[in-house]
Design a protein around this ligand. Structure first.
Ligand code: FE2
Ligand code: FE2
Length: 393
């Protein structure tokens, strides 16, 4: 990413990672990502907000060099995760007078991740504490659990620009940090994958951001938000308890039996007025499923018995479903078997975080017959009735 002027004396100096295909060796990055870092000049002191993933340290330094930066006084660490903090040791080596400014909890995490850092490298700040850059002031607000316990945001007070790190971020690689063409989808995908398990805490942090009323939000992934009201309205929509008249049918099928059941169910739901999406888990993008889980009232998993348990591909998505603590109101299962049925028991035991209602599951022996298809139609009708009970239909 080339240096980009955000405002007078504020430049984006981070890096675009066009090539990265996975985050956490788990989350697909169909649009790549970026690690945004911001250099702020006051008339007495300078500050760098967040750093970059260590694989991109050279780009951060190239950008700082191109701005002629000779001295950094403060390096703000809003979050300890290494995609933002991993370059800290290199930054301190290049700018030995710099202090890492962060909260006490984040300091502990950073020292855990990077044992070469020591207490003398840090200046810790409390909630709402300020530091002066001369004619500019940085103020820190603790916003725990977006998405780690130490997360905070930094306000440049006079400019009313808020630096939020992962909060309001999006995994998207763009050459222009102001390129908002695809912001909604990439921000929703990011929220769904990273933030959604903490939505009840994020509700409180939304109030903090609302009270700050920033004119610009600069996250450390993706694009900046020049009209923060838009992304805040999206977050308000995503974090609320409401779901939509929307069902996800997630299936894995070895010899087409579960596929036939899942396709019949999807058609039956659609014919009965429920918007439905069918995912073949053998090639599904878990980020897309996570996005749909922000909206779906109902999820039905269709999976066969394998090795005296559930098919591991289905187990993987059900594990994620449970971990994401989704808003899903209704869940059901269709499990397949021939000489041993163990999938249903295994799946049902995997969702302790699910607080909704289980719609009577089905077991299908072999390829579905007329009675099985009738039972699937009855399951679809049960979904309709459940959606009516919460006024979705
Ligand atoms: Fe993070
Ligand atoms: Fe991040």
């Amino acid at each position: 990413m080339a240096v980009k002027k955000i405002a007078q004396g504020i430049n984006s100096v981070g890096a675009v990672d066009w090539d990265r295909k996975l985050f956490d060796e788990l989350i697909p990055l169909p649009e790549g990502t970026s690690y945004n870092s911001y250099f702020i000049e006051g008339n007495e002191k300078t500050a760098l907000i967040d750093t970059v993933d260590p694989v991109k340290t050279y780009e951060l330094f190239k950008n700082l060099d191109s701005l002629g930066v000779k001295k950094i006084d403060y390096v703000i660490a809003n979050h300890a995760e290494q995609d933002h903090s991993g370059s800290l040791p290199a930054v301190l080596k290049k700018f030995p007078d710099a202090k890492i400014v962060t909260n006490e909890k984040c300091k502990g995490f950073l020292k855990d991740f990077m044992p070469e850092l020591n207490d003398g490298d840090f200046m810790t700040v409390a909630d709402k504490q300020e530091i002066s850059l001369g004619n500019r002031t940085l103020q820190f607000f603790l916003t725990p659990w977006v998405h780690w316990p130490e997360t905070m945001v930094t306000l440049l007070k006079e400019d009313k620009i808020l630096f939020t790190c992962d909060y309001f971020g999006s995994h998207v690689a763009v050459s222009d940090i102001f390129d908002t063409a695809h912001t909604y989808t990439s921000a929703k995908r990011y929220y769904a994958e990273i933030m959604s398990p903490f939505r009840n805490v994020i509700k409180k942090n939304m109030e903090i951001v609302r009270s700050i009323n920033p004119v610009m939000i600069c996250p450390s992934h993706g694009v900046v938000h020049t009209d923060p009201s838009k992304v805040m309205a999206w977050y308000d929509e995503w974090i609320k308890d409401d779901v939509k008249n929307y069902a996800l049918v997630l299936y894995i099928s070895m010899h087409h039996s579960m596929k036939a059941a899942a396709e019949h169910l999807a058609d039956s739901l659609a014919n009965k007025g429920v918007r439905t999406k069918l995912y073949n888990l053998s090639n599904a993008d878990i980020g897309e499923i996570a996005m749909d889980l922000v909206d779906a009232a109902t999820v039905i998993v269709c999976a066969p018995t394998v090795l005296a348990g559930v098919h591991p591909v289905a187990a993987n998505i059900v594990y994620l479903f449970n971990a994401l603590r989704t808003k899903t109101k209704f869940l059901s299962l269709i499990t397949g078997w021939n000489w041993m049925e163990k999938a249903q028991e295994a799946l049902a035991a995997m969702v302790p975080n699910f607080k909704g209602e289980l719609i009577a599951p089905l077991k299908i022996q072999g390829y579905p017959k007329k009675a099985d298809f009738d039972a699937i139609d009855a399951m679809a009708q049960a979904v309709v009735e459940k959606h009516k009970t919460i006024n979705l239909i």
